[in-house]
Structures are given as structure tokens and as C-alpha cells.
Write a protein that binds this ligand. Sequence first.
Ligand SMILES: Cc1cc2nc3c(=O)[nH]c(=O)nc-3n(C[C@H](O)[C@H](O)[C@H](O)COP(=O)(O)OP(=O)(O)OC[C@H]3O[C@@H](n4cnc5c(N)ncnc54)[C@H](O)[C@@H]3O)c2cc1C
Ligand code: SF4
Length: 338
Amino acid sequence: MLRLPRFRYLRPKTAREAARMAADLGPRAMFVSGGTDLFPKLKRRQFEVEALIGLDFLPREIRNGSSECVVGAGVTLAAAAGDAHLNNMFAGYAEAAGLVSSPPLRNVGTVGGNLCVDTRCNYYDMTYEWRKAAGFCMKKDGDICLVAPSSSRCWAVSSSDTAPMAIALDSVVTLAGPDGERELPVSALYRDDGIDYMAKQPSEVVTALTLSADPHVKTAYVKLRRRGSIDFPIAGAAVAIQLDGDEVVQCRIVLSAVASHPLEASAAEAFLKGKRVSEDTIRETAEIAAKPAKPLDNADLSHFWRKRMVRVVVEQSLARATTSTGGSTVKLSGRNRE
Ligand SMILES: Cc1cc2nc3c(=O)[nH]c(=O)nc-3n(C[C@H](O)[C@H](O)[C@H](O)COP(=O)(O)OP(=O)(O)OC[C@H]3O[C@@H](n4cnc5c(N)ncnc54)[C@H](O)[C@@H]3O)c2cc1C
Ligand code: SF4
């Protein structure tokens, strides 16, 4: 049985106090919200810290205004997935939250933790002993990339389900630092780097996610994973689309689990703008959206197949958003399986 290492648990009362503790302790401490990702990683010695800074003071309410909805970073994914207003106004976001992991982890995992969740790789998400036997990689304890040995960077995969949808919805996070608060579009929260994947300061706490309400925008999130009951995405597509009749006024398409950051399919968005929605335009848009996705051989199932499936998740997500039937998990039918 893997055991947690010893650590000090700090209980600040406010986000500012938590940020000051983090700034003082630097890499010797990490924040913990639900702990659903952090604790298994501590057990596998993927992180080594002296202290955890508890964020259990974070707001746990969802405040609905006429033009925006503010989701406290401490709201659980289960609460977000089940919230009537989110389901009504931001169906794709509620769907994405409801497709994270499994019910027990959604009951504890938080909206803020999901936005900050670590990137993943088959060579990294392993026990200490496995990694030692295979040879450590640069994300922890080593100095080369085992997936792309000639590369000077880490290609671990951004695997948050809600981040792509938050970007597609043009959402904003509130960050509390040691010296005050600021707001940042979620689209600016990530870096294309498997190790240093967050663009915020390490001492900044995510305290809220603000979604702007537009009744004309329809959303959907479609996720591909091996086991619908628990697994991380191996491809996913978040779509937010505004239609005038059957003409596309604007559209955002953001891909999950195909790069070290949520990947916006900008060329596909530009192609679809002004077009009439039809099976043909959806198929062409999905082809274009899949082009920038370059999955590597460091996640579940074959990366060639995952690359082919990006087109499928985009197609399904666009079809669902334009017919407003919400998001879902792609079924691994005989046709879709490797
Ligand atoms: C078996 C399994 C399956 C999973 N499947 C999925 C999945 O399908 N999709 C998915 O997206 N995730 C999945 N996860 C990961 C995880 O459960 C979720 O991402 C969850 O939302 C993380 O939230 P948390 O509150 O538990 O974060 P924690 O584990 O507490 O923290 C995660 C990271 O975020 C940082 N952090 C947490 N809160 C904040 C904050 N407010 N401000 C700044 N930094 C913060 C922590 O320091 C840590 O680095 C899975 C995990 C497991 C173990
Ligand atoms: S992509 Fe390379 S460096 Fe990054 S975690 Fe995987 S093996 Fe390690």
C-alpha cells in the first residue's frame, strides 16, 4: 500500500493569508483543495513538499446574476454538475464537471482544483519505484523526456475537463496573491509546457470562476476515455456557439488532452464563422479542428487512434451544441475501437 509522506498541514483563514504562506514557503509547499489529484501524487512521490496549505475556506456557493455566474473555487464538481442554473445557462460546463473522474472524486474535487490540475503522462503518473526502474524523466527527478528523448521540453498532457469549456465560454478566474486580487481570462491561465503548465504565479490562489451569460450561446462538451466511469480524457472537445437561425455568428472550439495546454482550434473557428450549419460544414470544421492536435505516445490507447478520434469528438460536440442536446462521453463502439 502506498503511504502519504509526512507533511505539515497549514490552515489559513483567507486567500491572501494562503498566498502569503505560499510565497514564503516557495516550492516547499503546495495548495490543497479536494486533494483528489494531489494526494495520490504525493503517495507516488511525484511531489515532495514539507507543507500543504489547505484551501477549505474557499467559497462554495454559485452566485447567479443576470449577466454572469460566479462559481466559488471551493464548489465541488458534483455541485457544479448538478446546479440547475449552470445546466440551464452553461450546459457544456455542467456536463464537463459531471464527466470528471467518478462520483466519489466529484463529491470532493473542486472547480478551482480542476482548473489547476497537473498535466499527465504515462511515464510520470507512476509509483516512485516504477519511475526509478524505467529511468526518471525531466518532469520529476530526471533530465530527459522518455516520450521524445531528443526534445528539450516536457510534453505531459493537459487533462482538465472543465478548463477547455471555461475557455470556450470566455470565462475569467479571480486570483488572490500575497498583495491583492486580479482577474485573468482562463485562456491566459496556461502555458504550453508540461512542467510549468500554469501562467499564474505559484503563490496565487484561484478563488472564483466567472462565466458570462449569453442566452444565445449554446455549449457542449464531448469526452473520449477508456472507462466512462472514472478515466481522464484522452481527447475532448468543448464548443460554445452562437447561431442566427442556422448561420454561425461565432464559435469557440477548445480541445482537451491533446497538448500540454487546452488547445483552441482557431482555424476551425474562423472557417465556421458565417457558415450555415449542416452535416457537411460540421464535418469540414472538425477536420480542420483536428489538425493542430498532436497527441504523443504518453496517454491511454494509441496516439494514432487518438489523433483520428479528435475529429470525431469535435464533430459530436458541434452537432450536440447546435441541436442543444448537451455533452457526453463518446461510446467506444466496435467502429471506434482500435
Ligand atoms: C482516478 C482519477 C481519475 C481522475 N479523472 C479525472 C478526469 O476525468 N478529469 C479531470 O479533469 N480530472 C480527473 N482527475 C483529477 C482530479 O480528481 C480532478 O481534476 C479534480 O477536479 C481536482 O480537484 P481537487 O480539488 O481535488 O484538486 P487538488 O487535488 O486539491 O489539487 C490539484 C492541483 O491544483 C492545485 N490547486 C487546487 N486548488 C487550487 C486553487 N483553488 N488555487 C490554486 N491552486 C489550486 C493544487 O496545489 C494541486 O496542484 C482524476 C483523478 C483521479 C485520482
Ligand atoms: S512528456 Fe516526457 S518529460 Fe514530460 S512527463 Fe512524459 S516522459 Fe516526462
